[in-house]
Design a protein around this ligand. Structure first.
Ligand code: NAP
Ligand code: ZN
Length: 347
């Protein structure tokens, strides 16, 4: 057993505070990683505050992890001590269902093991995540990180990057497609960078006027305020795809009408509350409303390699871990440009 330093929430209405716990010794297939940076995803906040339900306390959030390998088990062939590696949103799955066999471990039919607040495959322990000094992960779920990009800017690719890359690839978004991204936060800014790098014409739909300049610099061709009444009539029947990254309750019906015939609205943002949708935008335009969960391990590696090749990283604000509660408040109020990343040496 190795003692690990961390930050944890002890209850939904309590701030995160210093915490320590023991991680098991690395087994034959395991990679032990010293965490250098961990991104702060809005999912961490939803979970720490039990907004989705089901949080087991104490919870150690964090699933945008970059670090260095410190030890490997005897069967580990792909990694050695000193390698730079990443860990994303899940750390294990059954490895034999049809989804696992098709590189879709995130949709494991027997239940994947997420990086935090999730049962291990033996169903005995709840996982504790990346706001910690070390993590031990079975080798299949460890990603290789190229050394040519700044690691603090790479960490958010492990969730915000893959969550936006995977649907762009799955729905075959290509050069010339008109794509709207809703919400300019962690996921939204990666969506703009990735979609524009693939040649699509990106429109940023935001409620924040002060983000217009940033949206353009990130690669958006157009910027429209969702709080402006004219936006929805002006943009009716415009987009091939809409990628919705909004973290809070909002009305999907308002956006469905912006799709062309056969257009697809992809939900990746996960507001805790449900919202009703009308049949008419679907019927009248043969439109679809779909969702997507992060991406499989093979596709996550493909995304990391794509980003290394195209020099794509996240825009980050590096914080010390004692600033985590402040970072949560600023994220909720939309004041993040565009991902907080914890420097784990400050633990
Ligand atoms: P974030 O950085 O907080 O960004 C969310 C953005 O949504 C904000 O910047 C804001 O953009 C917009 N927004 C927030 N509150 C709003 C409101 N009340 N009304 C309208 N717009 C609002 O969050 P994130 O880390 O990108 O995560 C976004 C969501 O995706 C979260 O729900 C998270 O849990 C979920 N998520 C899903 C997956 C998946 O696999 N599907 C993976 C990771 C995260 P503007 O200021 O531009 O309007
Ligand atoms: Zn995340």
């Amino acid at each position: 057993m190795a003692l690990v330093k961390a930050y944890a929430a002890q209850a939904a209405d309590k701030p995160l505070t210093p915490f320590s716990f023991e991680r098991p010794e690395p087994g034959a297939e395991d990679v032990e990683i010293k965490i250098l940076y961990c991104g702060v995803c809005h999912s961490d906040i939803h979970t720490a505050r039990n907004e989705w339900g089901g949080t087991v306390y104490p919870v150690v959030p964090g699933h945008e992890i970059v670090g260095k390998v410190t030890r490997v088990g005897v069967n580990v062939t792909r990694f050695k001590e000193g390698d730079t590696v990443g860990v994303g949103c899940f750390v294990d799955s059954c490895m034999h269902c049809s989804n696992c066999n098709n590189d879709l471990e995130q949709y494991c039919e027997n239940g994947n093991t997420q990086t935090y607040n999730s049962l291990t495959q033996d169903k005995k322990t709840i996982t504790l995540g990346g706001y910690s000094s070390h993590i031990t992960v079975t080798q299949h779920f460890v990603l290789s990180i190229a050394d040519n990009l700044p690691l603090e800017k790479v960490a958010p690719l492990l969730c915000a990057g893959i969550t936006t890359y995977s649907p762009l690839r799955h729905w075959g978004i290509k050069a010339g497609d008109k794509v709207a991204v809703v919400g300019l936060g962690g996921l939204g800014h990666m969506a703009v960078k990735l979609a524009s790098s693939m040649g699509s014409e990106v429109t940023m739909l935001s409620r924040s006027k002060n983000k217009e300049k940033d949206a353009t610099e990130l690669g958006a061709k157009h910027f429209k305020l969702t709080t402006d009444k004219d936006t929805m009539t002006e943009l009716a029947n415009t987009f091939d795809f809409i990628l919705d990254t909004v973290s809070a309750l909002h009305d999907y019906n308002e956006y469905l009408g912006l799709l062309k015939t056969d257009g697809v609205m992809i939900i990746v943002g996960a507001p805790p509350e449900p919202t009703p949708v009308s049949a008419f935008p679907f019927i009248l335009g043969r439109r679809s409303l779909v969702g997507s969960l992060v991406g499989g391990i093979k596709e996550t590696q493909e995304m990391l390699d794509y980003c290394a090749e195209h020099n794509i990283t996240s825009d980050v604000e590096v914080i010390s871990i004692d600033k985590i509660n402040e970072a949560y408040e600023r994220t909720i109020s939309g004041d993040v440009h565009y991902r907080f990343v914890i420097e784990m040496a400050t633990l």
